[in-house]
Ligand binder design. Structure first.
Ligand SMILES: [Zn+2]
Length: 213
């Protein structure tokens, strides 16, 4: 019992610390963005609705049962279903990060991007941390069709980009999900810096030689 409590306490602190780090570096703003993590017991912790990731209180995080029922803590984010869609299709994932980060959102609004894989393999670390990034069509927030569309893409991808909205990224650990989200955002920034210029992404052979995480 002590070990279980200890894991939960550590995870609550880590979610608050990752949230502050993302907020302080401008990767999220206002009360946008949300973070969740799954405990080894199957229960899930999630950031609450209307909470700034910059000032999360660990003891107030929303807590869900292993069956996905909200049990305690503040009211969960209205985007809880995005996290649940990822976990239900990715049983090995231990955490999910969803942001409205500026460069990734900008790319999601560009006309003519490849909906099967939005960003080219510009760097090795992008290929290793993100890999393929499908675009999920736009649906209004809370639309049940958005949940279905995310679940469909999540079966084969740990990262998806919601059109005119932002990325949703799952990882084995919270740090994995955080780093992949940051790599995605920085690569979106590179993509915009290079937009309209001749570019030389990694070749298929170079990309295939890397171990996608
Ligand atoms: Zn969102």
């Amino acid at each position: 019992m002590t070990a279980i409590l200890s894991e939960e306490t550590k995870m609550r602190d880590q979610i608050a610390s990752v949230g502050k780090s993302l907020f302080d570096r401008g990767l999220t703003f206002g009360s946008t963005g949300n973070i969740s993590a799954r405990l080894t017991t199957g229960e899930m912790l999630m950031t609450p609705t209307n909470a700034s990731l910059g000032s999360l209180e660990p003891e107030r995080l929303s807590r869900f049962s292993a069956e996905g029922v909200w049990e305690s803590g503040d009211n969960p984010t209205k985007e809880a279903f995005l996290h649940q869609c990822m976990y239900c299709r990715r049983t090995m994932s231990g955490a999910v990060v969803h942001l409205h980060s500026t460069h990734a959102v900008a790319v999601s609004i560009l006309d003519g991007i490849d909906p099967d894989d939005v960003l080219p393999p510009l760097t090795a670390y992008y290929v290793m941390r993100v890999g393929t990034l499908p675009l999920v069509p736009y649906y209004p927030p809370g639309d049940a069709s958005l949940a279905e569309a995310v679940a469909e893409k999540a079966a084969d991808n740990h990262a998806v980009l919601l059109a005119n909205h932002g990325p949703v990224v799952a990882g084995k650990t919270l740090l994995d999900a955080q780093y992949a989200t940051e790599e995605l955002e920085e690569t979106a920034k590179l993509f915009l810096l290079l937009y309209g210029k001749p570019v030389r992404p990694l070749t298929p052979a170079q990309a295939a030689g890397l171990n996608a995480s």
